[in-house]
Each structure stands twice: as C-alpha cells, then as structure tokens.
Design a protein around this ligand. Structure first.
Ligand code: X2X
Length: 335
C-alpha cells in the first residue's frame, strides 16, 4: 500500500503517467499462532519463517507472530478449529495440539514408536508424512512444512523414576489428546488435562506432581524452579511442529506467493530442527548444573516402559489408521 501511494505521488509530481500495474501488489499482514514464544526453538521457528517471508517478498508479506496461544486465549487445543474458521491465518503448531481434530496426528504420540531422531525423519520425510499432510488438508488447513518441538521427557517433584511402578499415583499434567490419558493411566498415574498456560501455576502450588515436555521447554521455562527436581529421559514420544495456513488465505494468494510462503516454511523448519537438535546436549548440561536429578534408563528399564504401555496401541491404532501405523513402523525399521 505504502509503496503504491508513494509511486502515485511521485508520478503525479513529475507530471507523468505510468501504469501502476507494477505497483499493484498490495502489502498484506497475516497472523501466525504459536504456543511458545521466541525464547524457545518453537517460537524461533515462527520468527524465522516471518523473517524469510519478509525478506523474500521484499516487505510485501508480513507474518506477525502471536505466541502463548493468545489468539485462542491460551486454549491451545482450539487452535486448529480457530485456523479452520479463519480466526487465525497461519500457525506453527504441535501435532499434540491439533490431534483432537486430526486423529492421524496421534501417530506421533504412540508411546515409544520413535526411538531416535532418524525415526521422526523417517515418518515426516516419507510416505507416512505425506499421508498425514493429506489428512490435515482434508480437515481444512493447508500444511506446508515440518518443524520440531522434540522428545518429551518426564519430570516430577516427588522422586526418581526409572520403572513404571515409580509413576504410580503421580498426578501428571498432559495436554491435547485423550491418548495421553490412556498412556499415563496404563502406567497407574493420575493424568490430568491442562493447557500450558495453566500448567506452571499448577506445578507451583503442587496441584500436580509432574509434567512431560522437551528439554528445551523444561530449560527455558525454568520448570526446575517450580519443584520439578527429577527428570527421566525416557524419550517416549516427540511432537513435530506443522507450519500451516488457513485455506481461504491460501486460495487468496497468487501461485508465486504460495511458493514463496511454502519454501520459507520448509527452510525455517529445517533450520529450527537442526538448531534444536544441536542445542540438546548443552541444554541437558545446564539442567544438570541447576541440581535437577537426571535419570537415563538402561535398555531393560526402557523395555519395561515399552511393555507397560503396549495396550495403548491396541486402542489407538484403529483410530489413527492401521495402514498409517504400519507404514510408519516400516519406515522406522528401514531408517
Ligand atoms: O503444552 C505443552 O506441553 C507444549 C508447550 O509442549 C505444547 O504445546 C504441546
């Protein structure tokens, strides 16, 4: 808009008439929802996307990031619906928060499905990843690229956890899908659904004993300061991030801008995945230095958790789609 009016003013001042077609492309601003701010890799992914889009469109397209799920008043599981309805233009979102509306996204929450980072990539970068994007698309949001929140580790204020028995009776905060209630109930815990906005106060007052989040979140949000002194590295699941766009916004964009937006999302996602994986070692050192007791599981201890949560697959595989689960497992086996 500004460039166009400047051009019109200039041509008028010079007493010449030129076609304004060259200036006809207006600037546009879009909202981008995230749950975590730019203090976290997740928020940085969104800011990187905004930066690349701004640069590559020479200021024509602006992405304004709204962190802390503020566009849905902190209620992160309503983000997908708000995007579909057009209340939010774009988002960098966790698969966990969109899984109530897109059942296929529960794939990533199946306990101990993905043993390592290569396993995440085997899903997202392969046929299973395409199927999941098709499912998101079908539910009303255009997915563009993958990012990563990370492997979610279990913390609590009570005692060291290295066996399923240790989890029994613990009040653990979870979010998103009822799948998490099943995982923790199967382990004998007392899971409770809560948004991230409510989690920290609940940890502070002791209303809940534990929570699960990636190391970057534990570190940056200073979860150790609210009494979470025990951290078990059980890598039971990882939540990828999805860069997505409201369908109406997507359709309103010329093809060149769609390509620009998607390529910037792919580049920002790859940048953030690499960065957050690289920072993990350093983050763990920082957490240990603060006095948090960090527990790594032996292969036998790990297997006990795998066995104890196996029944979650029986209930959830049909909901996610048997073919998708099989395809993901095959991709992981061949990684
Ligand atoms: O709420 C959480 O635990 C968080 C921040 O990791 C997500 O949004 C899934």
């Amino acid at each position: 808009m500004r460039i166009k009016s400047l051009a019109l003013a200039l041509t008028a001042a010079l007493g010449i008439t030129v076609s304004t077609a060259a200036f006809a492309q207006e600037t546009r601003e879009f909202s981008v929802s995230t749950v975590l701010s730019e203090a976290f890799p997740w928020g940085q992914a969104a800011e990187k996307w905004a930066e690349l889009v701004n640069e590559r469109s020479e200021g024509r397209l602006t992405l304004k990031v709204y962190p802390n799920a503020q566009l849905v008043s902190g209620d992160q599981t309503r983000e997908f619906s708000a995007m579909r309805s057009g209340l939010i233009d774009m988002a960098v979102a966790s698969t966990i928060n969109w899984s109530p509306q897109v059942p296929e996204l529960n794939l990533f929450s199946l306990p101990f499905l993905m043993p390592d980072e290569a396993a995440i990539d085997a899903i997202t970068q392969g046929e299973a990843g395409k199927k999941i994007f098709a499912a998101i698309d079908k539910k009303g949001v255009k997915p563009l690229a993958w990012g990563e929140n990370g492997f979610r580790e279990l913390s609590n204020s009570k005692h060291l956890i290295d066996s399923p028995e240790d989890v029994q009776g613990l009040k653990v905060r979870v979010v998103g899908s009822p799948l998490f209630l099943d995982t923790f109930s199967t382990l004998g815990a007392n899971p409770t659904q809560m948004s991230w906005a409510d989690a920290k106060p609940a940890l502070t007052t002791g209303a809940i004993d534990g929570q699960e989040n990636p190391l970057s979140v534990f570190d940056v949000a200073r979860v150790d300061q609210v009494g979470q002194n025990y951290l078990t590295l059980w890598h039971y699941m990882a939540d990828p991030l999805v860069f997505g766009v409201n369908k109406k916004v997507w359709k309103s964009l010329p093809q060149a801008d769609r390509d620009l937006l998607q390529q910037a999302a792919v580049d920002a996602g790859a940048w953030e995945i690499e960065k957050s994986r690289r920072e993990l070692t350093e983050t763990l050192v920082a957490i240990k230095e603060r006095g948090v007791e960090v527990t790594e599981l032996t292969p036998e201890q790990h297997q006990a958790f795998v066995d104890a949560t196996a029944e979650v697959y029986t209930k959830w595989t049909p909901r996610i789609g048997e073919q998708l689960v099989n395809e993901a497992q095959a991709a992981i086996a061949n990684r």
